[in-house]
Design a protein around this ligand. Structure first.
Ligand SMILES: N[C@@H](CCC(=O)N[C@@H](CS)C(=O)NCC(=O)O)C(=O)O
Length: 213
C-alpha cells in the first residue's frame, strides 16, 4: 500500500505514526501538487494523506487509520470494549475539532512573519484555552498512565508538535504551563519510538517546507 503524504503534515504524520507502531510497511510518496486537477484524481478534496490500497484511494487521516487498524489488527491500537473505544474516540476527535482551528492562525503567522506580535498573542491565548480543555479531559477520562499507543495517541502527537512549537517560535512561551496532565501525557508520548520518529520527520519536513518557500 502507498501513502501519499507530506512529512510536516500533522494529518499525514499521524498515519505514519500508526503504521510505525503497528509495524505496517507502507510506501511513502509525496503529492505532485495539491489542489491541482492531477492530484484531485487521487483525492477530490485535494488534501493529504491519501492511502492507495491497490483497489481504492482512501482520503481522510482518521478513515485511513481505521482502515489500517481493520486490515492489520495486531498489535491492537483500538480498545475492544465499547466504553474504552468511545473514550479513546474523545481524544481522537479533539485535535481536529478543537485544536486545528486555533493552530491554523499560528501556522499562518509563522508563514507570514510580517504580521504583528499582537496577532500571535491572541492566537496563543486561544490555543492555550483549548489545551487546558484537553487537560481537563485527561483528568476526567485518564490518558497520562497509558501503557500502549492507541489511535488517539497517534492522532494527537503531531498536533502537539505544532501546539508546542508554534507558540515557542512566535514568542508565546510554554504552551503546557497550565496543562500539567497533558504535559505528563506529552512526555510519555515523546518517549515512544514511533512518536520520536515521526516528530523528527515533521521537524525536518517543516524546515524543508519553509526553506522551499
Ligand atoms: N481532514 C483531513 C485534513 C487533511 C489536510 O488538511 N491536509 C492538509 C495538509 S496538513 C492539506 O493537504 N492541505 C492542502 C490544501 O488544503 O490545499 C484529514 O484528516 O486527512
Amino acid at each position: 500500500m502507498k501513502l501519499i503524504n507530506l512529512a510536516h503534515s500533522p494529518y499525514a504524520a499521524r498515519v505514519r505514526m500508526l503504521a510505525y507502531a503497528k509495524g505496517v510497511e507502507l510506501e511513502y510518496v509525496a503529492p505532485e501538487g495539491l489542489r491541482t486537477p492531477q492530484f484531485k484524481r487521487f483525492n477530490v478534496l485535494g488534501k493529504v494523506p491519501v492511502l492507495d490500497t491497490g483497489s481504492q484511494l482512501l482520503p481522510e487521516s482518521i478513515v485511513v487509520m481505521d482502515y489500517l487498524e481493520d486490515v492489520h489488527p495486531q498489535p491492537a491500537c483500538r480498545p475492544r470494549d465499547p466504553e474504552g473505544r468511545a473514550v479513546m474516540n474523545v481524544f481522537l476527535r479533539f485535535p481536529d475539532v478543537y485544536v486545528q482551528p486555533v493552530l491554523l492562525p499560528l501556522f499562518r503567522l509563522l508563514m507570514a512573519p510580517s504580521q504583528t506580535g499582537q496577532d500571535a498573542a491572541e492566537s496563543v491565548v486561544a490555543l492555550n484555552a483549548q489545551l487546558r480543555l484537553l487537560d481537563e479531559l485527561i483528568e476526567r477520562f485518564g490518558r497520562e498512565d497509558h501503557t500502549r499507543l492507541d489511535l488517539a495517541d497517534c492522532a494527537l502527537t503531531p498536533f502537539m508538535f505544532y501546539a508546542t512549537y508554534l507558540p515557542q517560535r512566535l514568542g508565546g512561551g510554554d504552551a503546557l504551563a497550565d496543562a500539567p496532565r497533558l504535559a505528563n501525557w506529552w512526555r510519555w508520548a515523546q518517549s515512544q519510538e514511533p512518536a520520536a520518529k515521526v516528530l523528527t520527520e515533521m521537524e525536518e519536513g517543516l524546515r524543508a517546507f519553509m526553506q522551499a518557500r
